[in-house]
Design a protein around this ligand. Structure first.
Ligand SMILES: [Zn+2]
Ligand SMILES: [Zn+2]
Length: 608
């Protein structure tokens, strides 16, 4: 056999036409000796063989390439699915809650204890309707004063279910406390001794009187029989520090100003500014909203910290400690003021913009633009820094915001991360534009607002002369009150239930035949124009390779529906009920908590 046929034979196997050619070639070769004119034909066939050989090798290597890609894809999907499953598990665990009631059981407190008992089932039911994996254990520590015999000083029930809790609290009696002050510190020590276990731990303390001891109040001497109690503050400090160590969140329901000095002292015991939070209860009817709010805040705080860690750290998504240690951050100096623009040199930069087609795939468009960018950022979110900037359009410089990922290590700040954001925002806006045009399926008086996503572009700012770039996203600067309406793990802002936005998410699921859902809706409610101007959405898609780490795939879609109650606008569009949605019956009780207590707690803006 000659060289050609050997090479062909080794390259082919799969292509029958090459094999056929080879057989022809062999036959002609055999005839060659007999037929001298066959040489011409042989040359032709050899040429054809050469061409085919090249094609075959190309095809074979393409196949190998495809195989490698398919393997990579499979590997990626397996890894990401595993990460998502672990994430969902810890999110579900964050709905496991221990709540301990620490209550002053003297004098006028009986009606508060009565209220806890009377409304505990209702509260738990309400919380269960809000969280799909809600699981609660309840404990009770009632404290009184030193004037009583030791067996009457405390009423203690360690963590248990709501039925046992109810029976126990029914038996708790208030006693006369002697003076104004009570044994608050004794009560705190008892709560530390309880069997705290669940992921989220909450202490709800309700009292109208301070602890004994000069440092805890400004009362006249005759109203505290134990004025020298905890004179150096070590007992109080120790209690608060132990609670912080136990990861217990302390919510104090304030009834009078008598307790203010005590709470201030407690707050000084720890550097954790959020360790103690105070509510102005004012009347016992506010107790249920207070409990409800404390629990929902604590769960939200836990889940957003889990999400933040997941979004930042690709190696070990659920370990908050490693986040701080391993993620390299540049040291940042902020400047809240807009710069004097005349002092800043314009830069010519390449700008990437995405355009979405009806198959929801995006195409990249390159433009050259002139920009100015502030030297220092003016604000930061969990993942990104924001800079003031200007963009030149014809002769006008318009205000824009540049955003940059904080990470400086390779995996924390890649071009892909920016492109994933563009992809996400562009697809979300494409769907919003379609949604705005859809006519309701039924006659309805429901007010359907328009939805728009702020257009985001990717900017390459050259760094030095080595062809290196720094990446930023660029979007129009918009002034207004920024609100979070939903997140990507099923949170719904019940204080501002934006019905159109909830329905929009549901609609995107139907529009994409269940392949995507647009969530994490936040931005500005332009009331006058009946429009929501939104930014930074997330998309859960069955294709896990798109839209970055916050795409939680089918698990994310499921999580949306687990907390989604179809509203009047969903009904207007005749959106289909999803199997994961809660029962309507158990989810209508939100109206109970409309009356909110006056809260002195800072609202935690969920920033990204
Ligand atoms: Zn006392
Ligand atoms: Zn719906």
């Amino acid at each position: 056999m000659d060289k050609t046929s050997v090479t062909i034979a080794s390259a082919v196997n799969t292509l029958s036409d090459v094999a056929a050619l080879r057989r022809q070639l062999d036959a002609i070769e055999r005839n060659e000796k007999n037929n001298i004119s066959g040489n011409i034909s042989l040359e032709n066939i050899k040429k054809q063989c050469d061409v085919l050989q090249k094609e075959t090798v190309a095809k074979l290597s393409a196949t190998t390439q495809q195989q490698i890609e398919a393997q990579d894809h499979l590997h990626f999907v397996v890894k990401r699915t595993k990460e998502i499953n672990e994430l969902i598990k810890s999110l579900n665990d964050a709905e496991s809650v221990d709540v301990c009631f620490l209550m002053d059981c003297t004098n006028s407190m009986q009606k508060y204890i009565q209220e806890v008992k009377d409304r505990i089932f209702e509260t738990v039911k309400l919380l269960k309707s809000r969280f799909s994996f809600f699981n609660i254990r309840l404990a009770f520590v009632g404290y009184r004063d030193f004037n009583l015999t030791p067996d009457k000083q405390f009423s203690i029930l360690d963590f248990t279910d709501e039925k046992e809790f109810y029976s126990f609290v029914s038996t708790v009696k208030c006693e006369y406390g002697g003076d104004v002050c009570e044994d608050v510190l004794g009560g705190l020590q008892k709560t530390i001794g309880l069997s705290w276990k669940q992921t989220v731990r909450i202490l709800i303390h309700v009292s109208d009187c301070p602890s004994h001891g000069r440092r805890y109040h400004n009362l006249p001497e005759d109203q505290d029989f134990y004025l020298s109690h905890d004179a150096d503050g070590s007992i109080g400090t120790n209690c608060i520090q132990q609670l912080v160590e136990l990861r217990v969140r302390y919510f104090f329901g304030r009834l009078t100003n008598l307790t203010d000095k005590m709470i201030q002292q407690f707050a000084k015991s720890t550097s954790d500014k959020t360790a103690i939070q105070q509510f102005h209860l004012e009347k016992f009817q506010n107790l249920l909203p207070f409990i409800f709010d404390s629990v929902t805040r604590s769960i939200s705080k836990k889940t957003s910290s889990i999400m933040k860690t997941y979004a930042v750290n690709s190696e070990n998504p659920l370990n908050t400690e490693s986040l701080a240690k391993n993620s390299v951050r540049r040291s940042i100096v902020f400047d809240g003021k807009e710069p004097t623009w005349t002092r800043i040199q314009p830069k010519q930069v390449q700008v990437v913009k995405y355009e979405c087609n009806s198959d929801l795939n995006c195409e990249e468009m390159m433009q050259s633009k002139n920009i100015k960018i502030a030297d220092s950022p003016f604000a930061e979110g969990a993942l990104r820094l924001a800079y003031y900037g200007l963009l030149q359009y014809k002769d006008i410089w318009g205000k824009v915001v540049f955003k940059e990922y904080k990470g400086v290590t390779g995996g924390d700040n890649t071009k892909e991360m920016y492109l994933e954001m563009l992809d996400c925002q562009t697809v979300a806006d494409y769907l919003a534009q379609e949604f705005n045009k859809v006519s309701p399926a039924t006659n309805s008086t429901a007010m359907i607002k328009k939805i728009k996503f702020i257009m985001t572009k990717l900017v390459f700012v050259p760094q030095g002369n080595e062809g290196k770039f720094r990446y930023y996203t660029m979007e129009r600067f918009i002034e207004g009150a920024y609100k979070k309406f939903s997140n990507n793990i099923g949170y719904v802002n019940h204080q501002d239930p934006a019905l159109t936005l909830q329905a929009f998410s549901h609609w995107t699921y139907e529009r994409t035949n269940g392949e995507m859902i647009v969530v994490d809706l936040q931005g500005i409610d332009i009331g006058d124009h009946q429009t929501y101007l939104l930014t930074d959405p997330c998309i859960h898609a069955t294709d896990l390779k798109r839209f970055g780490r916050t795409n939680l795939g089918k698990a994310g879609i499921k999580r949306f529906f687990q907390t989604h109650v179809c509203n009047i606008i969903c009904q207007t569009f005749k959106l289909k009920r999803n199997e994961h949605q809660p029962d309507r019956a158990s989810s209508k009780c939100d109206s109970h908590i409309c009356e909110k207590p006056n809260s002195s707690m800072a609202t935690e803006a969920s920033k990204k």
